[in-house]
Design a protein around this ligand. Structure first.
Ligand code: PBG
Ligand code: ZN
Length: 326
């Protein structure tokens, strides 16, 4: 018997396929990460991330203009400070590198949304995302003292011009602490994009080269989530919603598509997926070897995030994707 139902009928032409297409990635979905370093005229390519650069503030401004001209609505700023210490001074100081970059970008490209990554790992000597008891060689990251530093960091980033605060350290109660600190400083309208479900992932390897933020001892498994857990992500998300998050992030993205889907199913807030450094580097490595078709693979991946339920995608491919989407 020949089949009665023939899904292929609707796949016959490009126009038909366009008519029944369910999901579409657009430039409006993209957020481009940038790494700010001290100095002037600095553009240092990250070895493990071809096409990604550590940029001094003047170069960040040039890059921000290019990003805006491509139609990408937002950047997220990470900072590599001159000096690291146990208090993560570089994170919350008014002259910190992210603060400087945010101010310069907003002055030059006011119509670009500037998101500040709010964490301590790039600024602490030990490279952990939180505060450690001085001299504590077991390296226990103290939750509540960290909250105070994160609040200070968020306020100084907002004062410097950051439009959105994105806490990434997976401390308990960090959304509430940051909301309270922002409100007390008058930033009641500054949204929080919480890294709500962030896993302890090996896919962050290249980022730690880019941000010089590898932990000097131990790992992040006492604060980032166990990759084996799914339901726990919903608990994290639930808490962040209660604490006042405006947007939620799942990170990494590719190995966690199910988490994106499950988070989207339980919230009415916008959901962002972070297509992390290791995911980028694998694609770039294969593409540079001529083993895959880079534009097609990238657009297929980004479309997959949308299909999984992501409203926004943080990706190092953003500029290329914007061009390919034309
Ligand atoms: C740390 C932080 C990480 C990333 C962004 N902020 C990961 C980590 O070192 O734990 C990863 C981003 C990427 O891999 O692209 N707060
Ligand atoms: Zn961190």
């Amino acid at each position: 018997m020949f089949p009665t139902h023939r899904p292929r009928r609707l796949r016959q032409t490009d126009t038909l396929r366009r008519m029944v297409r369910e999901h579409q990635v657009t430039v409006n979905d993209l957020i481009y990460p940038l790494f700010a370093v001290p100095g002037e005229g600095v553009a240092q390519e990250v070895t493990s991330m071809p096409g990604v650069y550590q940029l001094s503030v003047d170069k960040i401004v040039e890059e921000a203009k290019e990003v805006r001209d491509l139609g990408i609505p937002a950047i997220i700023l990470f900072g590599i400070p001159d000096n690291k210490d146990t208090e993560a001074t570089g994170a919350w100081h008014d002259c910190g590198i992210v603060q400087k970059a945010a101010t310069a970008v907003k002055a030059a490209v006011s119509d670009l949304t500037v998101i500040a990554d709010t964490c301590l790992c790039e600024y602490t000597t030990h490279g952990h995302c939180g505060y450690l008891e001085t001299g504590d060689l077991s390296g226990r990251v103290l939750n509540d003292p960290t909250l105070e530093l994160l609040g200070k960091t968020a306020v100084s980033q907002a004062q410097a011009g950051a439009d959105i605060i994105a806490p990434s350290g997976m401390m308990d109660g960090f959304v509430q602490a940051i909301r309270q600190a922002l409100d007390a400083a008058g930033f009641t309208d500054t949204p929080i994009l919480s890294y709500a479900a962030k896993y302890a992932s090996a896919y962050y390897g290249p980022f730690r080269d880019a941000a010089d933020s590898a932990p000097q001892f131990g790992d992040r498994r006492t604060y980032q989530m166990d990759p084996a857990n799914g339901t726990e992500a919903l608990k994290e998300v639930e808490l962040d919603i209660q604490e006042g998050a405006d947007m939620l992030m799942v990170k990494p993205a590719l190995a966690y598509m199910d988490i994106i889907w499950r988070v989207k199913a339980i919230t009415h807030l916008p959901v962002a997926a972070y297509n992390v450094s290791g995911e980028y580097s694998m694609v770039k490595a294969a593409a540079l070897n001529g083993w895959i078709d880079e534009p097609q693979v990238v657009l297929e991946t980004l479309t997959g995030f949308k299909r999984a339920g992501a409203d926004l995608i943080l990706t190092y491919h953003a500029k290329d994707a914007a061009r390919w989407l034309g």
